[in-house]
Design a protein around this ligand. Structure first.
Ligand code: TYC
Length: 168
């Protein structure tokens, strides 16, 4: 007759199944998106930790001669090296127009892009003469916030100032 299944076996199998599911699911987290790739790496790390605890659980039942009860039955996984990728960067650009006062543009550059008056004047004149100019380079969330701040501030003052972003 086969041995009855112990509570420890049930626990171990549950954790092992969960770890395997987690590992499989981590492959679905599309690596095209940086945030999700980070989540996938975390899921894999958790799955590996769970597998290690499953192995530890199996070893709790070692025979007196030191032979593990379940040698080789766990998932054979190696710790994945964390793949760190630099985030994509975005240029925030000001676009020239004929109506926004120069002084207002300088103020925007001082207020929203933390430039001193000298630098703000230089950037404003560059936009004025070349048609567009870079106010700064940021990660996506920050760049998007800066564009929104400039747009709202310009609208509040009824100026047609345009601000956009461009991937570097
Ligand atoms: N061309 C504008 C003027 O002569 C000044 C200006 C500069 C407007 C930069 C927009 O992004 C801009 N008043």
């Amino acid at each position: 007759m086969t041995d009855p299944i112990s509570l420890r076996d049930v626990k171990r199998l549950t954790v092992q199944t969960f770890a395997q599911l987690l590992y499989i699911m981590s492959a679905w987290a599309a690596p095209s998106c940086q945030k999700r790739a980070g989540n996938a790496a975390n899921m894999r790390r958790v799955a590996i930790l769970l597998c290690q605890s499953v192995r530890a659980m199996s070893n709790e039942g070692n025979e007196p001669n030191g032979r593990p009860e379940e040698e080789g039955r766990g998932l054979a996984l190696e710790e994945a090296k964390p793949k760190l990728k630099k985030p994509p960067l975005f240029k925030v650009l000001l676009i020239n127009d004929d109506y926004t006062p120069m002084e207002f543009v300088v103020e925007v550059l001082e207020l929203i892009f933390a430039m001193d008056r000298q630098k703000a004047t230089r950037v404003m004149l560059e936009v004025h003469t070349k048609g567009k100019g870079v106010c700064g380079v940021f990660t996506w969330e920050i760049a998007e916030t800066k564009v929104a701040q400039v747009t709202t501030f310009a609208q509040q003052h009824q100026h047609p100032l345009l601000c956009t972003l461009e991937e570097t």
